[in-house]
Design a binder for this molecule. Structure first.
Ligand code: HEM
Ligand code: HEM
Ligand SMILES: [Fe+2]
Length: 489
């Protein structure tokens, strides 16, 4: 049999029928991730409304706190989603059950418990002095990774256990090109988290290290991680040729690290670091879209080569949404403001928020959702999930459309507000305090905020439908999973 076939025996045999411990655990992680996704959207709606009605929940749930929950929930649900993806694919790739499964389950409950405590503390404490005690117990004050120090240390321990599970499973099972890249990437990903725990009273030095986590995660290690998941996903959904996808993966990883690491400099323009970062950051970050183009070509090429015939239509559709979302959100929207000459005007405006939304959703939310569809398919007994679904698969199609249109609509609305803000606050009025407030009141800015809210509701509707679809798809299905035909290598 050609290597190009997604081995049907592999997908349906008894030994591989969803009973595996890692895959069971992955479903736990996916459920926790979806709960946090819903929390993210709920708090997003609140802060979006607070832009329009500044009195809303004032002194009850202030913007600063709700915003923190919005973005921290995002980071944690994406991390839990990734952990789920890896627990799901590790047994498949290694060809054996997870090593250390008991510890892994315990780890899940500890991590989930800690996340719950951290969020409750955020919500109930809200304000107070910033001192050593609050850094340890309440909030570390670093955007996106605000968790207090005790939780930080706990997260490091949980990640080490996770790493042990994954690496040991590959060591005792079989290795592949994908798993080799994955394991090396996980080491880098975990090590970078330490950079966000470094405490210094000098704000420039503090920001310097903090960006290592934020930027080197999303533009280097997370990109490589989703590259691995994508490679595996294309083999699973399309029966893509392993040699070809692995070669693509190596090329993308080389380019991603090439541009991503020094591209970090685009966050060093205005924080008090030496001036050479203007040149280094501008140049290397402008190269960052190149591997993202390669990823789109790769995904579309593979899907086209197999005539879009897949074992799982919703998963394939979300994988393709990922390829485009990553390219536009990170590549195009990132490129727009990455040169220092432009960033001087756009830095920290709604322009940034526009990019942040499209990039995080497009590059990361999408691919986690794709793997959840693959997991659900197997959990429901390896059922049919190709074309011809009941009702023509309206629920997955509508949730895909609503979520993508919602986020894209918010992105465009924020871009218009951001354009107006850069123009009035920076270009015309020269970045004064009063210029900031003037820009916030211009009609284009305000209308952008209103449109963001309208599309925010569309996004929320898409999420509600997605959760419903995930809970129900395939339950009444009796046909077995589609078997793919051999495609010449
Ligand atoms: C999937 C990958 C990416 C994600 C998730 C992402 C996300 C973000 C987020 C959330 C911010 C705001 C950070 C903050 O100040 O709070 C940001 C800033 C920025 N990103 Fe990205 N980004 C990605 C890739 C890229 C790429 C490839 C480029 C360049 C080509 C880029 C260029 C920028 C720039 C220049 C800023 C600073 C904006 C400012 O000065 O306010 N990003 N990114
Ligand atoms: C109902 C939908 C949503 C609404 C109404 C919403 C609203 C908001 C608001 C008001 C902010 C604060 C912006 C500021 O500080 O000026 C924000 C920040 C942010 N949101 Fe959302 N959001 C939504 C969904 C999402 C989704 C789906 C994602 C990604 C998966 C996301 C990622 C982010 C990020 C990364 C930031 C920080 C951006 C930055 O610092 O520039 N949001 N959101
Ligand atoms: Fe960056």
């Amino acid at each position: 049999m050609s290597e190009a076939v997604a081995n049907p025996a592999d997908m349906t045999s008894d030994s591989d029928s969803g009973e595996r411990p890692g895959q069971k655990l992955a479903l736990y992680y996916f459920s926790a991730a979806m709960v946090l996704f819903a929390a993210q959207i709920l708090f997003g709606l609140i802060i979006g409304l607070q832009y329009l009605y500044p009195d809303l929940l004032y002194n009850v749930l202030d913007f600063s706190v709700a915003r923190m929950v919005h973005i921290n929930a995002m980071i944690v649900w994406l991390l839990m989603g990734f952990i789920g993806c890896i627990y799901w694919l590790v047994e498949d790739e290694a060809g054996r059950d997870l090593v250390g499964a008991k510890l892994a389950f315990l780890n899940f409950w500890i991590l989930s418990g800690a996340v719950t405590v951290v969020v409750l503390v955020y919500l109930f404490v809200q304000i107070g002095p910033g001192e050593l005690r609050s850094i340890w117990l309440i909030n570390e004050g670093r955007e996106y990774i605000e968790a207090p120090r005790w939780a930080d240390i706990g997260i490091v321990v949980c990640v080490l256990i996770f790493f042990y599970n994954v690496a040991a499973t590959f060591m005792k099972g079989r290795w592949s090109g994908i798993s080799g890249v994955l394991v090396l990437d996980l080491i880098a990903l975990a090590a970078l988290y330490l950079a966000g725990m470094h405490f210094t009273p000098n704000i420039s030095v503090d920001q310097h290290w903090w960006w290592w986590v934020v930027h080197l995660w999303v533009e280097a290690t997370w990109e490589v991680l989703v590259g691995c998941i994508m490679a595996w996903g294309l083999i699973r959904t399309l029966g893509a040729n392993r040699r070809i996808v692995t070669t693509w993966l190596y090329i993308e990883v080389a380019m991603m690290f090439g541009s991503g690491i020094l591209g970090l400099g685009h966050h060093y323009f205005w924080i008090g670091t030496p001036e050479y970062w203007l040149t280094i950051g501008g140049f290397f970050s402008a190269l960052e879209p190149i591997p993202l183009v390669a990823m789109v070509v790769h995904a579309v090429y593979d899907a086209g080569r197999h005539g879009f015939k897949s074992t799982n239509h919703p998963a394939l559709a979300w994988l393709i949404a990922h390829a485009f979302g990553n390219f536009f959100g990170a590549g195009v929207w990132g490129f727009m403001h990455t040169l220092p000459q432009i960033n001087l005007y756009t830095h920290g405006t709604q322009w940034t928020a526009s990019h942040g939304h499209l990039a995080f959703f497009g590059a990361y939310a999408t691919i986690v959702i794709a793997v959840i569809y693959l997991a659900i398919q197997k959990a429901r007994g390896d059922v049919w999930m190709s074309g011809d679904l009941p009702g023509n698969g309206w629920a997955w199609k509508w949730s895909l459309a609503l979520l993508n249109i919602g986020v894209l609509g918010m992105t465009v609305a924020l871009l218009i507000s951001g354009y107006e803000q850069s123009f009035v606050e920076r270009a015309l009025e020269g970045s004064t305090w009063s210029a900031y407030f003037e820009a916030q009141q211009t009609p284009w800015f305000v209308q952008g905020m209103q449109w963001r809210m309208i599309f925010g509701w569309v996004t929320a509707a898409g999420l509600a439908l997605l959760l419903w679809d995930l809970a129900t798809i395939g339950r009444r299905e009796t046909r077995p999973v589609q078997v793919l035909n051999a495609v010449p290598a």
